[in-house]
Write a protein of this length. Sequence first.
Length: 289
Amino acid sequence: MAKGRELKSRIKTVENTRKITRTMEMVATSKMKRAVDRVVAARPYARALADVIASLYNPALAERFPLLRQPAKESRAALVLLTSNRGLAGAFNANLIKEARATLARLEAAGTQVELHVVGKKGLGYFRYIGRAVAVPRTDITDRPTAADASSLVDSLMARFVSGDLDAVYVVGSRFNSVLSTPPTTDRLLPVTPPAKAGKGGQKDYLLYPSAEAILTELLPSYVRNAVYRALVETVAAEQAARRTAMKNATDNAGDMLSLLRRTYNRARQAQITQEIAEIVGGASALQG
């Protein structure tokens, strides 16, 4: 019965594994719900910021704001990659790293010197493994990012852009469209591209106080910080969606494996019983003969 004992041990192991993956699926589902709530809550504020900036923007006013400065050539840029601190999320981190590598290759092929800023242990571990220098490693941002986290990521980059040390800032993260659609994307944060005016009614009639210039002075940095915050929360939501899908697939696969192992065990047990009956019948016949 050595084979039968071995099969029973494997069945027990797979059952324990299925319990773990099912629990992780439930945890990821709960975290994903909270992360999606943060994504949904962040979108109206982002739209309002974009509408106001689009209404205030005009080319003459834009010349006074360094964050709107459009460099003739991107000589030096920063790339911020957002990944997770934990794995077991399918191809989530691998897709983000692939997107970052493609962006790096595109920028460097155009003659741009790119410095890499990496958020998350998975991205950091990969680029250290391949020997790529990381200017700013961050592993302290949790799966509940805050506005302060976004500010800590981008404020120094904004200051360097204003001083002329950087010509562009890009961020690589995931866009959360749905549980099954979380594509990796690359967005240019700086220079700020003025949002398109909503609707066809032209510029809205605003009563501005103290002035459009003073309002833009405050709104433009907030717009950039909010873009980073949205990238963080959408990437977290995509991570939890990917982990939920991966754990559901693992649970389903464990169930299929259990069915196969149980059938195999039952067949082996039936074969052993049949063999024992045949031996008993054979022994009885020998005694009678």
